[in-house]
Design a binder for this molecule. Structure first.
Ligand code: AMP
Length: 571
């Protein structure tokens, strides 16, 4: 499938899902059956039934020793018959620590999914093709493993490869700016490019919403300087990256006082930053960023900044593999499903039940059942065989023979003090209900995470919240109403599971839920913290729950106020 594909490719892929999956597995087994890893189970056979019978379901930790051996210089054929030419780094923000995965710099599959996405967007979003997309992205320096192969996030490797050039023809932001190793300079220049081309922008986005929110915070801080640069036609001296300066010099051109005045008017003229995206980029038709799963916590703030433009979650992908695309990009976030593309990897699914805890039968892609909950297993060309992904998905339908899945949550329980198990989905439901309390007092949440504090007796849930006033008070001081925030804590508790409420109310085994409000910019600092530990900015997702002592310290240092629920929740 090539860049110039049309939607018939999608029909072909989804109608022949079974055959394509069989071919993918066959090809992988032919290439990998003699590797040290697989030959233990298959003795060189590439028989599908033997594969299913003998090769164990594993988690990343089981394969890691092999991956480490290749990264340290042993021949890649201990793990993969296909040459491993790169290692990708997962963001680690969903699982704890960054993981490395064997890969190649062949991005044909991802390119083809990108091409399908563009076609789908053009079909569903009127005028999408008539303008430019402003998708904010960042790269990191590529490091090397001890054996000398490149190691970086998938996004960095892709964006530094030649493939990226053909994929990004319609972007407002040139590759030199995205490839700039200094994030602050890159952010500044990406915004400058976007502002100068404001009349052409039809879509604004970032892979994940935390980056978009950070960009708006950055804009709040730097819009005056950006407007000054546009007014004078001169770029600030602190942008020292020569590639950035060269690119900007082409676009900045003559002084543009009209545009500078307009930016000033939009950024100061109104009481609030509500709708700032649509005010600065008036032709924007949608926000392209993923808001399913834990990322749903960003929906209110993105709707606030965009005046409720459609939020488009295009892909479901991970460092292990690309899974699927959203064929109805304008559907509401709660109705988004991803259609799996059968050519990406060989997929199997463990039935995990509605609670995500049971382990039922393992079925092939085309055999999943409507309404059932599954954890996907990935077998790819580069050494992952029946490897758990750790996500829970629910089947919502089929497109031809390819199943469509709703992303439910990460598999592991997020919070537990006693025997209750509070999942991401439970937390997101509670957050959505409690958001109404904030709305009523004109506050909006721009960052959220939590942890189970067992240093108190009894232990209790702690929620960190970064808030923003919808209306500017003229000062930078956030007015926190004790009544509202105590009510917020109570609504959160009422919305948690019945086992939580019973343990809290009847048995007193869980203490009162606590909310800690943190200073503005704290969640940016949290992102910086994870990035300094190897996470990719572009792939960064704020962890819904924090376990690392160092990360908690980043939050603790910035706590402004604490509130507790003042009554036990009804059972
Ligand atoms: P990484 O390997 O760092 O790219 O992270 C991959 C993980 O991000 C997946 O396993 C999911 O938990 C999460 N993720 C990726 N795409 C989506 C999506 N569309 N909706 C919700 N979560 C997603």
């Amino acid at each position: 499938m090539s860049q110039g594909c049309d939607l018939s490719v999608l029909e072909e892929l989804t109608s022949n899902a079974k055959q394509i999956q069989d071919d993918v597995l066959n090809k992988i087994l032919k290439a990998n059956a003699n590797t040290e890893y697989l030959s233990r189970f298959l003795e060189g056979s590439s028989d599908k039934e033997l594969f299913k019978k003998n090769v164990p379901v594993v988690s990343y930790e089981d394969v890691k020793p092999y991956i480490d051996r290749v990264a340290n210089g042993e021949p890649s054929d201990i793990l993969s018959g296909e040459p491993i030419t790169a290692f990708t780094l997962s963001s680690g923000t969903s699982s704890g620590n960054p993981k490395i995965f064997p890969a190649t710099d062949n991005f044909e599959n991802i390119k083809s999914a990108g091409a399908l996405n563009s076609l789908i967007m053009s079909k569903h979003v009127a005028g999408y093709n008539q303008g430019k997309v402003m998708i904010f992205r960042f790269t990191h320096p590529i490091s090397t493993t001890p054996c000398g192969l490149p190691l970086a996030s998938v996004v960095t490797i892709l964006m530094k490869s030649k493939h990226f050039l053909s994929m990004e023809k319609r972007s407002t932001i040139p590759k030199e700016i995205i490839r700039c190793p200094d994030k602050k300079q890159s952010m500044y220049c990406q915004l400058l490019f976007g502002l100068v081309q404001r009349d052409e922008v039809v879509s604004v986005g970032a892979s994940f919403p935390s980056v978009l929110v950070q960009l708006i915070n950055f804009l709040e801080k730097y819009w005056k300087e950006l407007a000054r640069n546009i007014r004078s036609g001169h770029l600030s001296e602190w942008i020292t990256d020569l590639s950035c300066r060269d690119s900007v010099s082409i676009i900045l051109g003559e002084p543009n006082p009209e545009l500078a005045d307009l930016i000033k008017k939009e950024c100061t003229g109104q009481e609030s930053w509500q709708g700032i995206i649509t005010r600065l980029w008036p032709k924007t038709k949608c926000i392209e960023t993923i808001v399913t799963g834990t990322l749903a916590q960003y929906i209110p703030v993105l709707e606030f900044y965009s005046n409720k433009l459609p939020l488009v979650s295009k892909n479901y992908a991970s460092s292990e593999t690309f899974f699927g695309i959203n064929l109805n990009p304008l559907s509401k976030p709660e109705h988004v499903s991803y259609t799996f593309l059968p050519n990406m990897a060989y997929f199997e699914f463990i039935d995990v039940g509605v609670d995500g805890g049971t382990e039922g039968e393992i079925v092939d892609l085309v055999d999943v059942k409507l309404g059932h909950y599954y954890e996907p297993l990935v077998t790819n060309y580069y050494g992952l065989h029946r490897c758990r992904v750790g996500d829970v998905l629910q089947v919502t339908g089929f497109y031809n023979k390819a199943p469509q899945f709703r992303f439910v949550r990460r598999k592991n329980t997020v919070l537990s003090i006693y025997v209750e198990s509070t999942t991401e989905e439970d937390l997101l439901k509670a957050l959505a209900r409690a958001a109404v309390v904030l709305e009523s007092s004109d506050l909006i949440m721009t960052g959220f995470t939590c942890y189970a504090d067992i240093s108190t007796v009894p232990g209790h849930y702690v929620f960190y919240l970064e808030l923003k006033a919808k209306v500017n008070s003229g000062t930078n001081v956030l007015l926190l109403d004790n009544k509202v925030l105590v009510e917020y804590c109570c609504v959160m508790e009422e919305s948690l599971s019945s086992s939580y409420r019973t343990l809290r109310r009847q048995d007193g085994l869980i203490g009162a839920l606590e909310v800690r409000i943190v200073q503005k910019g704290t969640f940016d600092s949290l992102m910086e913290f994870f990035v300094s530990r190897g996470a990719s900015i572009t792939q960064y997702k704020t962890p819904i729950c924090i376990n690392s002592v160092e990360a908690l310290k980043v939050l603790e240092d910035k706590v402004l106020a604490r509130f507790f629920s003042d009554k036990s929740p009804p059972i």
